[in-house]
Design a protein around this ligand. Structure first.
Ligand code: ADE
Length: 227
């Protein structure tokens, strides 16, 4: 898979993309990144990418030309899934991550300032928000999307199980996990996990998943119709 990012702050990406699981996925050629500064596609001599809004008002608006020109410069851009990151987009969920992970090439467009010239939306396929809050730009949203998509690519995680038991995988939250020591400050690991009875352990985990989802995310619980 290839992920292209259009951003005015390309330096925000390497640290996260060069660590841990994403780094390994890159080294194993499971993912390729291309980070483009769309300021390089400005059409004026001052290299500006924004301007004052028609009709007046505070702040600056990102112009359509640099973004359009940057898109045209991307090899295979026509067939790539082009995604605009804004607080007005569809709320990003694990189900969307799974869908994105099936694409060969996605392009993430990060905004800044007061938003995009509305005409940018003519050239994209999807608009996503990572939640109902406003970030200073789309970069952190792009990184959250990249991280959640890359770990779903075949071969990236050790075994299929590593993401099939994730929270949200089947619209439920994960069960509680414990590791050594058996007791910490009087807090004990549940007996069943020490029993060696795999059937009982699986049943307990399933029960805990349902209980946790019901308590913490009644919306998800209702959706999957568990008791
Ligand atoms: N840009 C600013 N806020 C955002 C959000 N919540 N999601 C995606 N992109 C954004």
């Amino acid at each position: 898979m290839k992920i292209t990012v259009l951003s005015l702050f390309p330096e925000m990406f390497p640290t996260i993309l060069n660590e841990s699981i994403i780094k390994r996925a890159k080294e194993n050629n499971l993912i390729e990144f291309e980070i483009i500064n769309f300021r390089d596609f400005s059409t004026n001599k001052h290299h500006t990418v924004d301007d004052t809004p028609y009709g007046g008002g505070a702040g600056m608006v990102l112009s359509v030309e640099p973004i359009y020109n940057a898109l045209l410069s991307i090899k295979g851009y026509e067939s790539a899934l082009k995604i605009l990151l804004t607080p007005q987009g569809k709320t990003y969920k694990q189900a969307i991550a799974k869908e994105l992970a099936t694409n060969d090439h996605i392009i993430l467009i990060c905004g800044h300032y007061e938003g995009f010239d509305e005409r940018v939306r003519e050239y994209i396929d999807l608009e996503l928000s990572i939640g109902d809050y406003v970030l200073t730009g789309g970069e952190i949203a792009a990184l959250a999307i990249i991280d959640s998509v890359v770990r779903l690519l075949p071969g990236v995680l050790g075994s299929k199980e590593s993401y099939e038991k994730d929270s949200f995988y089947e619209d439920s939250l994960d069960y509680p996990q414990y590791t050594k020591p058996r007791e910490f400050n009087g807090l004990k690991v549940p007996e069943v996990l020490l029993s060696g009875n795999h059937k009982k352990i699986a049943e307990w985990r399933e029960e805990m998943k349902i209980k946790r989802t019901k308590e913490r995310r009644p919306d998800l619980h209702k959706k999957t119709n568990q008791n």
